[in-house]
Write a protein that binds this ligand. Structure first.
Ligand code: SME
Length: 162
């Protein structure tokens, strides 16, 4: 499947295009691994200045590494631990402007400087988290948070129907 790479002047246009392409790859399959692998690829391809994009999925009470793009990462994260575990515990989006100033951050790639983690939740079911890292400090603003929460919502709705 060809997802044309495009870059835009505004985040509004970027997230609108991202949402179209995510919809396309998710509608293409019923398989969880295939859908999330393509979703991670689309996020990594279309959002500028990232060094990691992927999923941690809730399995037997622990967050387990799922499909991703970027360097190898820690394979299990207990709920409450690190930025991902905090998002899973609180069920709220976590934005870390500077990971060097965040005691709770679990470093996977030393190039990471800022991070956003969005819970994947739908109708009371919690699936895991979407984790995105950037080599730029303060890469994620409110527009990114809103765009990625919409993306996470679409992914959660798709996961709910697997
Ligand atoms: N930094 C994360 C761990 C996962 S890696 O960034 C991919 C955390 O603190 O939860």
């Amino acid at each position: 499947m060809e997802i044309p790479f495009r870059s835009f002047d505004t985040k509004r246009e970027t997230y609108s295009y991202l949402s179209e392409q995510l919809k396309k790859v998710l509608e293409d399959t019923q398989d969880q691994t295939a859908g999330l692998a393509n979703a991670a690829s689309v996020l990594y391809l279309l959002l500028p200045r990232l060094n990691w994009a992927g999923f941690y999925l809730m399995k037997d009470g622990v967050l387990v590494l799922g499909p991703f793009q970027g360097k190898p990462a820690v394979s299990q994260i207990p709920v409450g631990s690190g930025v991902c575990g905090t998002a899973a515990l609180q069920k709220t989006t976590q934005v870390v402007q500077d990971v060097h100033a965040c005691e709770n951050h679990i470093a996977c790639d030393l190039n990471s400087r800022s991070e956003i983690v969005v819970p994947l939740e739908k109708n009371g079911r919690f699936f895991g988290v979407l984790d995105i890292d950037s080599p730029t400090v303060s890469r994620f603003d409110e527009e990114d948070q809103s765009g990625l929460e919409q993306a996470a919502d679409m992914i959660s709705e798709w996961l709910e129907n697997r």
